[in-house]
Design a protein around this ligand. Structure first.
Ligand code: KG4
Ligand code: ZN
Length: 459
């Protein structure tokens, strides 16, 4: 790699470096790849950016002609999708590691990495085949670079770089949580910035104000576990079938139970902020299970009807309180968000747990009471998927935020710029929590601080 190329990597969104030079800012370009002595050979295809010495501005119609491949491997799903600039989903493929989840009761990084490595080629191939396209039809490749498990992220990034270098395609490094939020703009094209978003998944519980692309204020986060983790553990302890992950199993069983029967207390009542906590609720669930002599090792399919109904009561009561915690935090977040951005009209709810019907119904009531609108992607776009990555790639690409094609295949010893702990936004001062700031070691600077630094550099 030449020194020029190394430099361009260090200031880019997706840096691939030989030694640990961490990239804190990426260069915001205009609307096309950098024109240098080696311009991209993109002129032959209409859907690609034309890059010549003059670098013509692309017009709106060519933006809609963009075709982006999105790759997602941050946790336990290997996903790929092909999406058009106008939001048309040409294909979507997800290979889940459900069997590993059942076997290990959670995500085991080494096993997950191996599963991603086996799945990545066929998943990407299927995404392209289903879209009836080949790599040469693509305009760019987008890939999740964080947050997530490094071992897993690496598999997706390696694949994306291989395709990008072989087919001379720009590459966009995507923030997983930004992707969960922005996919709402694919399904609801009317959704403009600024908006409020609640992002709820297995590892995250975030309330953010989305001011603009890449610019977020974090109103609250979890001080311990995320809600999805609490659903997964509850499912495991109740002996439910985890093959579709724990959340859907708890949701289904909860339909049979009495949500008022077990008195769990709502977390963090005394904290007048927008942060979350689910560790205490998890403990309450475990104690309730123990006190009723429920043996989670016995699958629910083989227990008596009395035992089943007891499990259903716990599932329903847990779900009620878990969602009540979301409702209370969203009420306050709406108040705070409207102070920060009075023009906000929407609450976006996304991430795996947003597939839950009770979550959707209860939060719909909260937003209606506050004269806002709820935007909740369909379940297949709430759980991890390649579409959200491709779409976020498209949004960033349009803003000129991408890297040029990697020059050659990466050598074995390349140090990839992966961002396992990567906050999305800067914390809102009123929402700061002592407990959390203790745990900031080894965090990457937030996406928002990177974008702001880059915008300042440009002006
Ligand atoms: O966003 P996601 O697919 O992956 C992460 O980024 O973590 O979220 C996965 C989480 C899991 O904890 C899963 O149990 C939960 O979302 N989940 C649900 C439902 N569907 C998925 N939780 C409650 N109800 C559901 N229907
Ligand atoms: Zn996710």
């Amino acid at each position: 790699m030449s020194s020029l190329q190394t430099l361009s990597s260090t200031i880019s969104r997706l840096s691939i470096l030989r030694k640990p030079l961490f990239c804190y800012t990426f260069k915001q370009r205009t609307t096309r790849p950098t024109c240098s002595s080696s311009p991209l050979k993109l002129s032959s295809l209409s859907n690609r950016f034309f890059c010549s010495k003059n670098c013509d501005q692309i017009n709106m119609s060519s933006k809609d002609d963009l075709i982006v491949l999105g790759i997602e491997t941050s946790c336990d799903d290997t996903a790929a999708a092909v999406v058009r600039g106008n939001g048309e989903i040409l294909s979507q493929v997800v290979s889940s590691q459900a069997d590993l989840l059942v076997q290990y009761g959670g995500v085991a990084p080494k096993m997950a990495e191996e599963a991603h490595s086996q799945a990545i080629d066929p998943v990407v191939r299927e995404a392209l085949d289903k879209a009836k396209l080949t790599e040469s039809d693509l305009s760019a490749v987008a890939v999740t670079i964080g947050p997530g498990l490094s071992l897993c992220l690496r598999v997706g990034v390696q694949k994306a770089r291989k395709i990008a270098s072989r087919f001379n395609l720009p590459i966009i490094g995507v923030h997983h949580m930004e992707a969960h939020a922005l996919v709402a703009r694919l399904i609801e094209q009317e959704l403009q910035f600024p908006f409020l978003a609640l992002l709820i998944s297995g590892g995250h519980n975030l309330l953010i104000v989305a001011h603009n692309l890449g610019q977020y204020t974090q109103l609250g986060t979890t001080i311990d576990d995320a809600i999805g983790e609490a659903f997964d553990k509850t499912a495991k302890w109740l002996g439910l079938d985890m093959s579709r992950s724990g959340g859907p199993a708890v949701e289904e069983l909860a339909l049979e139970g009495d949500a008022e029967s077990v008195k769990f207390s709502t977390p963090m009542k005394q904290h007048k902020d927008c942060n979350f906590s689910y560790a205490g609720l998890k403990t309450q669930v475990r104690l309730a299970i123990e006190s009723r002599n429920i043996d989670g090792k016995i699958p629910i399919s083989s227990v008596s009807s009395q035992d089943r109904s007891s499990r259903a009561d716990i599932a329903a009561s847990f779900q009620r309180v878990a969602v009540l915690h979301l409702e209370e935090r969203c009420e306050r977040a709406i108040e705070w968000a409207l102070k920060i951005e009075p023009s906000i009209k929407h609450l976006v709810v996304s991430g795996g747990v947003a597939s839950n019907k009770t979550v959707r119904a209860r939060l719909d009531q909260v937003v209606k009471k506050n004269n806002l609108q709820l935007v909740c992607p369909p379940p297949s776009l709430c759980t991890d998927n390649g579409v959200m990555v491709a779409w976020t790639g498209i949004e960033n690409f349009r803003m000129g935020r991408y890297d040029p094609p990697p020059p050659v295949d990466d050598p074995e010893d390349y140090l990839y710029d992966l961002r396992p702990r990567w906050p999305l936004g800067e914390e809102y001062a009123e929402g700061r929590s002592e407990a959390r700031s203790m745990r900031k070691a080894r965090m990457h600077p937030s996406l928002t601080s990177i974008v702001q630094a880059s915008v300042r550099q440009q002006s």
